[in-house]
Design a binder for this molecule. Structure first.
Ligand code: SF4
Length: 165
């Protein structure tokens, strides 16, 4: 269940691809905070050399999958929280606040992506959803993202949290 930054499903025929094709694709991608990056210079640098400072939801080299849904939901909640905090913060110049505030475009893009992933997950049968959940746990086990910052283990996923965002 992979998606591009617009929330469009990709790799629908993934099961038909040969193992060698899976391996070839894996070499040309690197893990980033909410999915995978295929930008060559960033891949070559192991994920630490993004030309647009990890604005992944606005980048054509980004793709994500259902295992990142908890991270994307947390990202959306962070953006909304930061926007509220900045709106209430008075001790800063207007230019500083406007540069720090998350853009409406970014919030809309993340919200749409989360909704698309949730919708696709909801359309699965209970059995398929259970299998996806199992695969996600395996996939996320030991997953870490390095952005030149301390490596942070990913939390256990809950693909069906309360729908508050
Ligand atoms: S924004 Fe994300 S997907 Fe795009 S090049 Fe940077 S790390 Fe890769």
């Amino acid at each position: 269940m992979q998606f591009d930054r617009h929330g469009n499903r990709i790799w629908r025929q993934a099961q038909a691809l040969l193992d060698t094709e899976h391996a070839r694709r894996a070499i040309g991608e690197v893990q980033v905070p909410y999915g995978l990056c295929t930008e060559p210079s960033n891949v070559a640098a192991g994920g630490g050399d993004c030309p647009v400072h990890f604005r992944c939801v606005g980048c054509g080299h980004f793709r994500t999958d259902i295992s990142y849904l908890p991270d994307l939901e947390a990202y959306l909640a962070d953006l909304l929280r930061n926007r509220e905090r900045l709106a209430a913060f008075v001790d800063a110049d207007a230019w500083a606040k406007s540069e720090a505030v998350p853009s409406d475009e970014e919030i809309a893009r993340v919200r749409r992506l989360v909704q698309r992933l949730r919708t696709d997950l909801d359309e699965l049968t209970d059995e398929d959803r259970a299998q996806v959940q199992e695969a996600v746990v395996l996939d996320r086990r030991g997953r870490t993202v390095s952005l030149g910052m301390p490596r942070i283990p990913q939390p256990r996923p809950d693909l069906r949290p309360s729908r508050t965002a």
